[in-house]
Design a protein around this ligand. Sequence first.
Ligand SMILES: CC(C)(COP(=O)(O)OP(=O)(O)OC[C@H]1O[C@@H](n2cnc3c(N)ncnc32)[C@H](O)[C@@H]1OP(=O)(O)O)[C@@H](O)C(=O)NCCC(=O)NCCS
Length: 173
Amino acid sequence: MTSKEQRIRNLHLEAFGDTEGPIVSELAGAFLSLPDSISICVERGDKEIGNIIFTPFHLIDHPDKVCFLLAPLGVLPEFQRQGVGAELIAKGIAHLKSLDADAIFVLGHPRYYALRGFEPARVLSPYHEVMTHHEAWKMLEIKPGSMSGAGGTSMAAKPIMKREFWDTSGRPS
Ligand SMILES: CC(C)(COP(=O)(O)OP(=O)(O)OC[C@H]1O[C@@H](n2cnc3c(N)ncnc32)[C@H](O)[C@@H]1OP(=O)(O)O)[C@@H](O)C(=O)NCCC(=O)NCCS
């Protein structure tokens, strides 16, 4: 693991705190070791203060669609609520546009992503049988209309293809 990868892992550990931090940090490390993941940082000086990772996301019934899962997104606690998260999402969208991608999917705070243009996802998440908090499962069309006929199930990158990442039953509504 490079020192930058280690710093990004530490960033997520701090951002997500004692309960979620360790598992999210490990997930970030696993994603960073994949050749086709996209990691973007916002820096202050020579320090990474926020990071967003995108990994390929497959729509089983629409194999031609180029989609990505957004996870994780983390900002160091002392830099939160200063627009860094929004900047990371904007940078990510611009980058994925340049790759001619169709859409981004995310499982996250419903209000946070709704405010940034995300809408209810039109495909089922992996392990959809444990997805009880449906408003948290969202998508953003990068190409307008690209998801208009979408449906069916989906598959994410291997490190996140575990039931516990998709089980929302413990989340507050
Ligand atoms: C969630 C997170 C990535 C947002 O990044 P940020 O840089 O703090 O967010 P921005 O400054 O771009 O946007 C701030 C707005 O986002 C919303 N927001 C911030 N944190 C939020 C949270 N935990 N839940 C819901 N909304 C939140 C608020 O509307 C806030 O506006 P306000 O300060 O006027 O109330 C960051 O707070 C973070 O790393 N949190 C801990 C890790 C985490 O939960 N990540 C999961 C993302 S799904």
